[in-house]
Design a protein around this ligand. Structure first.
Ligand code: COA
Length: 155
């Protein structure tokens, strides 16, 4: 299947041993006990093109909302369209069953512009999420993450 830019790739669901992709999961969410909160109930996908390049975990949040709990592209392969291809795949796969695809992320210049490029718009935020739920301060681009910012895309 082709997902634009002539890239040929494969996206598969991971049903067993999701922790085999822990290094990628930790890239999206650096505290393992936070990953444990959604990994079992989440549905995981990996994008493969000459090896696994990107992973994604989605959960059913009720009310027609599907949430991206984790999305990460191998550092050496970021900026090549893999993250966007994964979002497009998920959106197409779930558009009949859900009305909204949402993601919660830190208010970071590394992630928010990516989701906006993929058609997400800011919806709401949870104040002090990163202060209350993580056992250490989280920094991205030298900025401490404080609030969880939600972005949504209509399916
Ligand atoms: C965020 C992340 C998943 C993006 O994946 P990626 O495979 O590098 O993204 P893509 O190459 O598909 O980028 C898609 C578009 O977003 C743009 N983009 C990506 N990151 C961007 C950034 N930080 N600022 C501005 N634009 C960005 C790309 O230029 C591209 O634009 P185009 O469609 O016009 O070419 C990846 O950088 C990553 O794994 N980061 C670490 C983990 C993380 O923070 N995950 C999110 C937690 S929920």
């Amino acid at each position: 299947m082709s997902y634009g830019e002539g890239v040929r790739l494969e996206i598969n669901e991971v049903k067993e041993n999701k922790k085999q992709y822990l290094p990628l999961l930790l890239l999206a969410d650096e505290q393992e006990d936070m990953i444990d909160r959604y990994l079992d109930r989440g549905t995981m996908y990996v994008l493969i093109e000459d090896g696994v390049k990107c992973e994604c975990v989605v959960t059913d949040e009720g009310g027609g909302i599907l949430e991206i709990k984790s999305l990460a592209t191998e550092p050496a392969h970021q900026g090549k369209g893999y993250g966007k291809a994964m979002i497009n795949y998920i959106a197409e796969l779930y558009c009949d069953r859900y009305s909204i695809l949402q993601v919660g992320t830190g208010d970071s210049p590394l992630t928010v512009p990516f989701y906006e490029k993929c058609g997400f718009v800011r919806s709401h935020s949870i104040k002090n999420f990163f202060m209350g739920n993580y056992d250490h301060p989280i920094f991205e681009c030298g900025v401490q993450l404080v609030d969880m910012v939600y972005l949504q895309k209509k399916l």
